[in-house]
Write a protein that binds this ligand. Structure first.
Ligand code: CA
Length: 326
């Protein structure tokens, strides 16, 4: 009670203490920690990796000026954190400057490390082949500098023709299994799967389909203990659902909803990591006042918990977010 009383008195009197800054007569209370974790820019489609005790977060940058609607994303942003609470912007990577064959559109992406190199699989629009496409940038560090690894797309819309839309070849996710084999999943309305060659730059199998109930997009694969988890955006507006398997190649058994529709964002895109002994669910909502929404999204972090049988507990989205990881 005494502490509370002191704080209250301090605020009334405008007394400066270390956590408050003075601006003229106004006391500025620093932004409370919590969700969204990034508030100075609109960020979407999070993909996170852990590298040498640091978390690197790759996001799209929603750049549509309010009150206009629609996706306008010309660059990806890279953030890093060592506590999951404070995030520092490390780099901005422009689509057209990185991929000469891309028209624009920094859509969902994912990075994976292999043999000391970082491979960044990205969704863009193709300049010459109608529709979305998947490209790969490569770097020697998790923040870059990034170079187009192929000089052309890995996946183009015309390689998959059963989906009668031009945006079915999006949202790549990559998983490297314990035996070193690399696996690529992507898709919208159809969940596509192919094996990757050791060089990470070529397909090593036919493109296959994975049957998942109400699959919309945003597949993401991770492993915990003996189980592989394939989570994805489910229905629309999107919830996150998931399936489990004992093998990276399936069969995948549907397990239900992992996260509900997030805030006022009709899409979602999850990333799941373990860091300093805790499990995290990283996603986006549209909760930055007052212009946040489906086209001005923001990345959030909450805890993820597993049941003893390996299934995942439904995520509880919070305003408070997570405590600093130690
Ligand atoms: Ca296609």
């Amino acid at each position: 009670m005494k502490i509370k009383h002191f704080l209250f008195t301090s605020l009334i009197a405008g007394i400066t203490c270390s956590s408050f800054a003075q601006s003229g007569n106004k006391t500025i209370i620093p932004e409370a920690p919590g969700n969204p974790v990034i508030t100075e820019k609109y960020t979407a489609d999070p993909a996170a990796i852990v590298h040498k005790d640091t978390v690197f977060l790759y996001v799209g940058h929603d750049q549509k000026e309010p009150p206009h609607h629609g996706y306008e994303m010309h660059e990806w942003l890279i953030y890093s954190s060592t506590d999951m609470v404070s995030w520092e912007e490390r780099a901005a990577v422009n689509v057209k400057e990185t991929f000469s064959w891309a028209a624009d559109d920094a859509w969902a992406s994912e990075v994976i490390e292999k043999d000391g190199k970082f491979y960044w699989f990205v969704t863009v629009s193709h300049k010459d082949i109608h529709g979305k496409a998947i490209g790969i940038a490569v770097a020697d560090s998790p923040v870059g500098p990034w170079k187009d690894a192929l000089g052309h797309a890995l996946i183009t819309n015309d390689m998959t023709t059963d989906a009668k839309i031009s945006w079915d070849d999006i949202d790549p996710t990559i998983y490297i299994d314990d035996d070193g084999s690399a696996h690529l999943f992507w898709g919208n309305t159809i969940c596509y799967y192919a094996k990757l060659k050791d060089n990470m730059l070529e397909l090593d199998s036919e493109i296959q389909y994975i049957d998942l109930p109400h699959f919309t997009e945003a597949p993401y694969v991770h492993k915990k203990g003996d189980y592989y988890y394939l989570s994805y955006a489910y229905k629309f507006p999107e919830k996150t659902a998931y399936a489990m398997s004992k093998s990276i190649t399936g069969p995948w058994e549907y397990k239900g909803i992992l996260n509900e529709v997030a805030g006022n964002s009709n899409t979602n895109h999850q990333s799941i990591i373990e860091y300093k002994g805790k499990d995290y669910f990283i996603y986006h909502n549209g909760s930055i006042p007052t212009d946040g929404g489906s086209f001005r999204r923001s990345v959030c972090v909450d805890y993820l918990y597993y049941n003893p049988d390996g299934t995942m507990k439904r995520v509880i989205m919070t305003s408070e977010g997570v405590d600093p990881a130690e």
